[in-house]
Design a protein around this ligand. Structure first.
Ligand code: BGC
Length: 384
């Protein structure tokens, strides 16, 4: 099927995902927030115009591209009410197309790595696109971050938001099944940013969607996040091999630099020399959340910047959290504020199923079958 705006929406509607929000009139006035507005952001090489949507509610300002569902800016106030953009990003579409740090992007079909880009499902083996040494990272060479999404604005009571649609055809990047995906970004009147992910398939497949915002609560380009205090409600994590593929072990964090059960500055143990840190050049691991998979999102992590007072609380229904301390930022990328980004200038907190789950039967399953709907929610609550 040729994918264009009409067929993607028709496909989404046929899959029962589109609900009530499509079409004209969906962007009415919101009592609590500002109606989402759209402006051109740039053009792809083939002439396609990429748009940027601006949303505001409860003190939070969000700018989102229809390219990769990218959060291009996210502004929140500090303890004095001064806003700063706390998310790393680029100013031009060319940078988003050419470079691959996944700044602010939606990640699919599979967040993080699948070892050798290979897995077997129902007796059939699948070879995925490989883009990280021998492994497949964040969906392969052209993951969900490198596609145009169809975006529909909505207002619902005091909430404002965007529905984003993308249909990934059978065989794309090696994955079986046509996957129809709907992601909803909502800004609530309290300034929370909520992400709801939904997907259906027509053949058994694996799915693990997430968001790849790089946080610096002091403001993007303001320097290191090593002073930020982090708490993660996890007693175990998944150690990896040299290619950052989980070994399968669920190791205890107690007595190691991986213990964030009580809030501590990220920099406190980052140079402890633990072999897992040496291998990953810092933190780049999946924490096994104590709560496991839950029916509803539960609060699992808090990030706090003592200088600005800004805090971020994350709630999710997912079983894992990838904490990546920006290890591979090497000073070669220049961001929205005109500063180059260096190692540790931001961190990612990606709610997810465990990396390489399709090759680890003991990990919670990431298999999606026809007739079922993949649903997961992550909520970001900002404060001071
Ligand atoms: C991964 C890192 C990877 C980064 C890409 C993170 O989610 O855990 O290993 O380098 O994404 O920017």
């Amino acid at each position: 099927m040729e994918l264009n705006r009409r067929t993607v929406i028709a496909g989404a509607a046929a899959a029962g995902l589109a609900a009530t929000t499509l079409g004209a009139g969906s962007a009415g006035a919101a009592p609590g927030g500002r109606k989402p507005v759209r402006e051109p952001f740039g053009k792809l090489a083939d002439g396609t115009t990429i748009h940027r949507w601006s949303l505001e509610n409860g003190g939070t300002r969000l700018k989102v591209l229809d390219w990769g569902g990218v959060v291009q800016r996210l502004e929140i106030p500090d303890r004095h009410g001064r806003h700063a953009n706390v998310s790393l990003g680029f100013d031009t579409i060319d940078d988003y197309v050419a470079k691959t740090p996944y700044f602010g992007a939606l990640i699919g079909r599979y967040g993080n790595r699948i070892g050798k880009g290979r897995f077997t499902l129902d007796g059939r083996s699948h070879q995925l696109s490989v883009n990280d040494g021998v492994n497949s990272l964040h969906g392969g060479k052209q993951g969900f971050d490198k596609h145009v999404w169809d975006v529909e604005p909505f207002t619902e009571g005091p909430d404002v938001g965007l529905h984003l649609y993308y249909t990934s055809v059978d065989g794309e990047m090696g994955y079986p099944g046509t996957l129809r995906t709907k992601v909803t970004y909502t800004l609530t009147r309290h300034g929370e940013w909520r992400i709801d992910y939904e997907a259906t398939t027509d053949r058994a497949t694996v799915v693990n969607l997430t968001s790849h915002v790089y946080w610096n609560l002091g403001g993007e380009g303001s320097g290191t996040i090593e002073d930020h205090e982090l708490r993660i409600a996890a007693s175990r994590y998944t150690p990896t091999d040299a290619g950052l593929i989980p070994t399968g072990e669920l190791a205890r964090v107690a007595g190691t630099p991986f213990d964030f059960r009580r809030a501590k500055p990220i920099g406190r143990d980052i140079r402890a020399g633990h072999e897992q840190q040496v291998q990953a050049k810092g933190y780049d691991h999946n924490w096994v959340l104590d709560k496991g998979v839950t029916a509803k999102p539960e609060h699992i992590a808090t990030l706090r910047d003592p200088r600005s007072g800004r805090t971020l609380k994350i709630a999710t229904d997912q079983p894992g959290l990838q904490f990546y301390s920006g290890n591979f930022l090497d000073g070669t990328l220049t961001g929205t504020g005109g500063h180059t980004y260096r190692q540790g200038d931001a961190l990612c907190l990606e709610t997810q199923h465990f990396p390489d789950s399709p090759n680890h039967p003991a990990f919670p399953s990431t298999v999606l079958r026809p007739g079922r709907t993949y649903r997961t929610t992550t909520i970001h609550t900002f404060g001071t």
